[in-house]
Every structure is written in structure tokens, then in C-alpha cells.
Design a protein around this ligand. Sequence first.
Ligand code: ZN
Length: 289
Amino acid sequence: MIRFWLIALAVLAATGPVRSADRLNVVASFSILGDFVSNVGGDRVDVTTLVGPNSDAHVYAPTPSDAKKVADAKLVFVNGLGFEGWLPRLVKSAGGKAAVVTTTTGIAPLKLGSEADPHAWQSVANAKIYVANIRDALAAAAPADAEAFKSKANAYLADLDALEREVREAVAKIPENRRKVISTHNAFGYFAAAYGVEFIAPLGVSTESEPSARDIAAIITQIKTAKIPAVFLENITDPRLMGRIAAETGAKVGGTLYSDSLTAEKGDSPTYIAMVRHNIKALTSALSP
Ligand SMILES: [Zn+2]
């Protein structure tokens, strides 16, 4: 009888869920990256995301509990390209020992003004580079699980290939002269470069300041002059502004495009793949004649 239980236990240990003590403790700086890491790490990693759903990682203010999470983590996954300006101080206040993994390594950065554009994940081809970097960093940190990470990454990379095809097919259906939108947050440079949809920032508007009446007049002129068929709201700026612009120009208000963060589990973009699908659906329905 004892022998039977020993065998049963051995089988359980070999095939059962990974014990939490055996999981790799890692931190991801923001929700999209957290999703990538979860997809590659599966049940062999515990992922803590610092900047959660519906939050703006550009202007995040870390808390003392974030410093504790970073201090406890084996790896800290970041976007880099200037996205997490608050990160170096956080790593320092966590004791400075965290191994920071920059997941955009190997991606050719675009410019946003005079600086690097951090929103590289908006091209699905780039998302695959993030995933490869995450796979390699996890495998180096936990070599015993390297094969598991590789196989999870391969499955996810195949999903991203399918997603890339979906995006290209959807854009191909939009008439060429209608492939342009106004969006409040200039986060779609990589999407634009990869898929040929032009994203035009409303003149003088940023996520940090509310536009004046003069700004709004300039945007309205801009939409009429460039014959822009649609304007988009985002989950991190004031939607009332865009509603007013649409009313005065006749441009379609295309709903929400998600750029820098996922939604909560019950929202419409709780994962990266759901986010890209949501965005492409919103774009196609606003830009189709
Ligand atoms: Zn952004």
C-alpha cells in the first residue's frame, strides 16, 4: 500500500501543476508585456505587472510595494525605448540588483519627434521579437524549464503569425485613399509603418494637456483639409473632445483604439491578441465606405 502511494506521488510530482515555490518570480512593467510573459512562461512563472490595465505607463508613479516586487523578482521585463522613464529610480530603490530584460532588443526603433518611439508592440512582427527575447531570458534564468518555455513560445508565435495575416487581410479590404485616421495619442507609428494605415495626431494635443478652443478649431480644419474619414478615442484621454470634433466635421467616430494598455479581464481587450483584433475591427468598420 505504501509503495502504491509512493508511486502515485511520484507520478503526481512528474505531471501535476508546478508548485509555486518552483515557479520563477518575474515582474513585467506594463499590461501588454505581462500578457507576453504569461504566454511564454505559462504555469512555470509568477508574473506581476506593475502598470495594470487601463493605466498609462508613460506617467506612472511607482509605489513602495512596487520596489518590493522588483526586489523579490528574478527578472524585470521592460519595454525600453524610453517608455518607462520611472524605471531606473524604481530599480535603484529596490536595491539595484534586479536583472532588467529589455524586450525590444533587436527591434529597429522608429522616431517619435526627436526621440525613439516606444510603442513597438503595435506591429505584430515586432511582438514576435518581444516574445523571442522573453523566451530566451526565461530559459537563461531557469534552464531546467527551457524546453517548456520554447514550446509555449512556439505555440504563441504561431498565433501571432495568424494574427499578422488577419491584420494584413483586413487592411487590404479598406480602399487605399481611406486608410487614414486621427487619433489622440501618437502610439500607432509601428502599426502605420507595418500595415499602411496613416495615423495623424490632432494638432497640439497630447495626453498631458487638454486642448484649447483654438487647438480644436485647428484639428477641425485639419480633418476637413486632409479629408480624414474617421477619428478615434483612446482609453487614456478625454473622449468628449473627439465627440465634438466628429460632430463638426462629419468624420466617423470609430470608438476606442487601445494603444498602451490592455483592459481588465471583462473588458474588450484583456489580451494582446484581443487588443489587435479589437483595433483592426474598429478601424475596418470606421474606414469602410
Ligand atoms: Zn504611449
